[in-house]
Design a protein around this ligand. Structure first.
Ligand SMILES: [Fe+2]
Ligand SMILES: [Fe+2]
Length: 291
C-alpha cells in the first residue's frame, strides 16, 4: 500500500515573482504524494503550462480544477481563445502533461486515509451569493458597481458560447451532478472546486459584494449528497479550515504576495488532505514551507 500523502494548494498566481518562487520550492514528502491544485495557477497560458509541467514532474499525480484566472483572456496573452474553447484548450494542455482535469474519470486515492474518490470540479458561479439587501442578479451587480468592488471576471472571463457566466455555470452544475451521481456510492469523496460549494466561508470577506463571484447556491448540499470526506477550495485567499454539517472544508489558497507576506498571515505551502492530520486546523510542517 502507498505511504504517500494527498496534498493540496491553490491560488498560486505565478505571474508574481514571489509566488513563482513558492512553486519552485514545492516538493513532495514522498515519491507517492499526489498534489491537488484548486485553481488560479495564473492567467497567462505560458505560466499555466510552466507551473503544471513543473509540478507534474515532482508529484506522482497532479489534479487540477480551473480557477477564474485561468479562464481569463488577458489582452497580452498569445492565447486569445475565449470561454469554453479556452477551457477545452487548457484541458488538452493538462492531458498532454499527464495532469488530471474535471473532464477525466475521477481518481481513486488508495493511500493512507483512503480509499476515496478525488473529484476535481469546474462549476463556476452564478451571482446567487447576492450582495446584502438584494434579491436579483441585476440588483446585486448594481450594488457592486456602485461600491467599486467589481471582479475583473466581468471584463476578462468571457462565457462564449454561453450567453452569460451564470448560464455557463448552470450547464456545469448539471453536468457535474450527473458525473458525481455516477460515482461509486461505497466511497467517500474529496471534492475539489475553486469555489467553496457553500456560502458560509464568504461571510468574512472584507467586501460582501464580492461574494457573488464566489460560487452558487446550487452546490449547497453537495458535500452531504456526494459523501464528501473533505471539500478543497481556494479563491477567497483566506486559507483556513472550517466545518460544515460535520464535513471538513479546506481553503488552501496561497494568494498574492501582499496578502501572504502580511504579518500574522498563516504560512503558505502544501496542505495535507489525507491522511487527515491529528491537528487538522494547522498547517503541516513541510521542509519547504515559506515562513
Ligand atoms: Fe485567486
Ligand atoms: Fe479565484
Amino acid at each position: 500500500m502507498s505511504q504517500g500523502n494527498l496534498l493540496a494548494i491553490s491560488d498560486l498566481h505565478v505571474n508574481h515573482a514571489e509566488n513563482r518562487k513558492v512553486v519552485e520550492d514545492l516538493r513532495p514528502l514522498t515519491d507517492e504524494d499526489w498534489l491537488i491544485i484548486a485553481g488560479d495557477v495564473g492567467e497567462f497560458s505560458h505560466d499555466i503550462a510552466w507551473t503544471l509541467d513543473t509540478l507534474r514532474k515532482r508529484f506522482a499525480k497532479v489534479i487540477w480544477a480551473p480557477g477564474n484566472h485561468e479562464l481569463w483572456t488577458p489582452p497580452k496573452d498569445p492565447l486569445q481563445l475565449r470561454g469554453r474553447k479556452r477551457y477545452e484548450h487548457l484541458v488538452d494542455l493538462c492531458r498532454g502533461l499527464g495532469v488530471l482535469t474535471p473532464e477525466d474519470p475521477y481518481a481513486r486515492w488508495d493511500g493512507p486515509g483512503g480509499p476515496v474518490t478525488v473529484a476535481p470540479l469546474f462549476v463556476l458561479y452564478d451571482y446567487t451569493f447576492r450582495a446584502p439587501g438584494t434579491s436579483t442578479k441585476e440588483e446585486s451587480l448594481a450594488v457592486a458597481h456602485d461600491s467599486g468592488i467589481v471582479c475583473t471576471d466581468e471584463y476578462l472571463l468571457h462565457p462564449d458560447p454561453y450567453p452569460s457566466r451564470d448560464a455557463w455555470c448552470e450547464a456545469r452544475v448539471e453536468e457535474t451532478e450527473r458525473r458525481l451521481s455516477a460515482c461509486d456510492p461505497a466511497l467517500p469523496t474529496v471534492l475539489v472546486n475553486h469555489y467553496p460549494l457553500v456560502r458560509d466561508p464568504t461571510r468574512i470577506l472584507r467586501y460582501p459584494e464580492f461574494a457573488q463571484w464566489c460560487g452558487t447556491v446550487r452546490t449547497a448540499d453537495w458535500h452531504q449528497r456526494f459523501r464528501a470526506h473533505t471539500v478543497v477550495y481556494g479563491h477567497l485567499h483566506i486559507p483556513r479550515t472550517t466545518w460544515h454539517d460535520g464535513v471538513r472544508f479546506e481553503e488552501v489558497s496561497v494568494g498574492y504576495p501582499r496578502e501572504w507576506q502580511r504579518p500574522g498571515h498563516p504560512d503558505v505551502g502544501l496542505r495535507r488532505i489525507l491522511p487527515q492530520d491529528a491537528r487538522p486546523k494547522e498547517h503541516i510542517d513541510l521542509p519547504n514551507h515559506i515562513r
